[in-house]
Design a protein around this ligand. Structure first.
Ligand SMILES: *Cc1c(COP(=O)(O)O)cnc(C)c1O
Length: 396
């Protein structure tokens, strides 16, 4: 029996190998993101920046960190940018700066990456999950309104997949109920929001914005990195202090903080890559346009929506397919096309939380979404190959 199982697995593996040999040469490298291809195009600049840091040995708080914070602030048109170790830390530092007390409630979307909810619980605050908008995947303002109680202190929207949550609506709810708004902008750095009298870059509209430079994000470094942004001078001071052991002056600790720094090496890389951010965004948008033109013709597939109030920078290109999504994923995988399910479980249903509630949209999304490969280096041949394979699957 054991042998039989082994043989079966072996056969499956060899079929896969055979299949990959049949793949067109240019399709063998289809990846969700192509970090190496992106690096090669700016290799001399990056290598020089890295060597400078190594030669100077200023690995912690070197001049490149301050320089990057200033460059990003000017790109985003925000007063303060404070580097930190990663996006999850940024969220934690932001929440710590609000001086909330145990069991204060923070409203956040049910459909997202876990980090957002996780830091709320970690700080002994209470995450209140609300359902999202089925077309934009972002937190639905009507649901936020319904979730407000006397204990609500903050709203933590996520700008998911490359577009902004509806900030004007969220800000007006926040104003009405005297709440903080913390933006999780790990996926949409560079996106622009514009509705009525509220406009600006994602992450600069609420009280504090948080972002991540995880390698696969739209602006990624070569390891972990993150940043906070705010237009509020007092909050900026507090955020820097919390990220630095609660100290404004070294060895004089005013409050309990954490140790969360953006490495000089990462800042040096980000300084180079920030110059290309607009180009990277354009490349992603071009790839998305191609997908949407082709896949938009297929009745069975719902392509991503760009709302009027935000542009879309396509950190992910996420389609919805109400048929057998897992069969489509498997078929694409056998054709050498990687895809990802962002996200397979609604946050309220994660083992770590296990709360109950009414989340029909979020639940439906976890069963129907599929993110296709999208990155700055994708070729028309690759995009066309992915679309051909989806068409073939649907026609069978
Ligand atoms: C990536 C991500 C984070 C966390 O960023 P890290 O740098 O990996 O800690 C938080 N929120 C969202 C929505 C993310 O996509």
């Amino acid at each position: 029996m054991v042998n039989g199982v082994k043989k079966l697995t072996l056969r499956k593996v060899s079929i896969k190998i055979l299949f990959s040999q049949l793949l067109p040469e240019s399709m063998k490298n289809l990846k969700m993101v192509d970090l190496n291809g992106q690096y090669k195009k700016i290799k001399p600049e990056i290598d020089r920046a890295l060597q400078q840091v190594i030669d100077s040995s200023a690995f912690i708080k070197g001049p490149q960190v301050k320089e990057f914070q200033e460059n990003l602030a000017s790109y985003l048109n925000v007063k303060h940018v404070i580097g930190c170790a990663n996006g999850t830390d940024a969220l934690q530092i932001a929440l710590m700066a609000l001086d909330l007390k145990e069991n204060d409630e923070v409203i956040t979307p049910d459909f997202s990456f876990i980090a957002t909810a996780e830091v709320i619980s970690l700080l002994k605050l209470k995450p209140v999950f609300v359902d999202v908008d089925p077309s934009t995947f972002t937190i639905h303002p009507d649901n936020v309104r319904k979730a407000i109680t006397a204990n609500t202190k903050a709203i933590l929207p996520v700008h998911l997949f490359g577009l902004c949550a509806d900030m004007k609506e969220l800000l007006s709810i926040a104003e009405e109920h005297d709440l903080f708004v913390i933006e999780d902008n790990a996926q949409s750095l560079g996106a622009t929001y514009n509705k009525g009298n509220i406009s600006g870059k994602a992450g600069t509209i609420g009280n504090i914005g948080c972002t991540s430079f995880f390698p696969s994000k739209v602006l990624g470094c070569f390891g972990d990195g993150g940043a906070l942004m705010t237009n509020d001078d007092l909050l900026a001071e507090k955020l820097s202090s919390i990220a630095n052991h609660g100290a404004k002056i070294k060895y004089y600790n005013d409050e309990i903080g954490i140790n969360s720094r953006l490495d000089t090496i990462q800042a040096a890389i980000l300084n180079v890559k920030l110059k290309y951010l607009n180009q990277y965004i354009e490349a992603r948008q071009k790839a998305a346009d191609y997908y949407s033109t082709r896949l938009g013709k297929l009745n069975e597939i719902e392509i991503p929506v760009t709302p009027e109030y935000s542009n879309h920078i396509f950190h992910q290109y996420t389609i919805k397919y109400k048929g057998n999504r897992n069969a489509l994923k498997e078929y694409l995988s056998e054709s050498g096309i990687p895809t990802m399910i962002y996200y397979p479980v609604p946050i309220h249903a994660q083992k770590a939380f296990q709360t109950t509630g009414n989340f029909p949209v979020s639940e439906k999304l976890t069963e129907t979404v599929l993110s296709l490969p999208i990155h700055t280096e994708m070729t028309i041949d690759q995009l066309s190959y992915v679309c051909n394979k989806i068409e073939t699957f649907l026609n069978n």
